[in-house]
Design a protein around this ligand. Structure first.
Ligand code: XMP
Length: 332
């Protein structure tokens, strides 16, 4: 399946970079016509994570073929606060999409229980995701196409051997679909302009990168539900404060980590023995190297105060001052 799409794909040399809504609208019109021609009256399946690429693909396909598109949103329990709800609100309620919501939280967290090795955790999350998606696909009749949010850098990086083209393939052999990849020739910034033109909300279109294994790599070691909640709640506070203080569009990536060890502190006049929250905020061009954001000290103090008072189980906040290298952006 992978080879099928990757052979002979070129971004047209004279293709103008999409920077304006007018250009995006022209691209959307072209793609709608092409999608209708490719798909006809058949059905298309899409794994809709809520990230920019899959959301733009969903919105394009809804415009082109409406209810012939079936979106599957798998909630693996490792999404940020409010994300599954937003996917349902935007796509099911506002766009009237055919959306299957799969609550797979227990399934993922049970499989991950007691697993502390980072690579093992990633493997479990990846393979469980395929299993859940394949199970949903098998329940459906008459699907001929699989839509994917593959973008141009995925193709280029695969060809250079930098990373495997993570979007393509992976499904078991009995599920053979023809691929539909309407944003294949676009760079990320162009996908965002197209998303804006399609009317997707800004917090979806201008979303910071988020790893496939989600909060799982930020709840280091063996994931527990209470510590995962501490990651999710502290991340939500950080995002809210960055948004309120003009940093959300400026800083490339920012999030929190909750490691699997505790330290002594004092809460309500009593000894506490709780987790630290680590803040990470970095800037980069290509994620190969990164520098640390100079967050104003007063803002760091405000975020710290909110986290230690609002997040259960946390008594300490740290700021990760490490550039990449030597630290990677994620902790696992
Ligand atoms: P690192 O931690 O390697 O991260 O410095 C570089 C960028 O890649 C993101 N990242 C991932 N993205 N699946 C993804 O889709 C993954 O498994 C994954 N691991 C890291 C990370 O968030 C950062 O933007």
């Amino acid at each position: 399946m992978e080879a099928m799409t990757m052979a002979n794909i070129v971004r047209p040399e004279n293709m103008e970079r999409i920077t304006t809504i007018e250009q995006a609208n022209a691209f959307i019109d072209e793609q709608i016509a092409a999608l209708r021609k490719q798909i006809g009256d058949k059905k298309v399946l899409l794994a809709l994570s809520g990230g920019v690429d899959s959301s733009v693909v969903a919105a394009l396909l809804i415009k082109a073929v409406g209810k012939q598109l079936i979106c599957v949103h798998v909630n693996h329990g490792l999404l940020r606060k409010g994300e599954p709800e937003q996917v349902i609100r935007v796509f099911k309620d506002e766009m009237d999409a055919n959306l299957i919501y799969v609550d797979a939280v227990d399934r993922f967290l049970d499989k991950l229980a007691g697993v502390s090795d980072p690579e093992q955790k990633r493997k479990i999350i990846g393979s469980e995701f395929i299993d859940v998606f394949a199970e949903e696909a098998r329940k459906l009749d008459g699907i001929e196409f699989l839509a994917q949010g593959t973008i141009w850098p995925d193709i280029v990086e695969s060809e250079k051997g930098i990373k495997a083209h993570h979007n393509a393939g992976g499904l078991p052999d009995d599920l053979e679909f023809e691929l539909v990849e309407p944003v294949l020739t676009l760079f990320k910034d162009e996908v965002r302009v197209v998303g804006k033109a399609l009317g997707l909300p800004d917090n979806m279109v201008y979303r910071q990168p988020f790893p496939g294994p989600g909060l799982g790599v930020r709840c280091t070691g063996a994931i527990t539900r209470d510590r995962l909640e501490a990651v999710r709640e502290s991340d939500a506070i950080l995002r809210e404060e960055f948004a309120n203080n003009g940093l959300a569009g400026k800083v490339w990536q920012y999030f929190t980590i909750v490691p699997d060890y505790r330290s002594t502190g004092i809460k309500d006049g009593k000894r506490s023995y709780e987790w630290p929250v680590i803040i990470r905020a970095v800037n980069t061009r290509d994620a190969m190297t990164a520098t640390v954001e100079n967050i104003p000290f007063e803002l760091l103090q405000k975020i710290t105060n909110r986290i230690i008072t609002e997040v259960p189980g946390v008594n300490r906040v740290l700021y990760d001052m490490t550039p990449k290298p030597t630290g990677t952006i994620e902790w696992e």
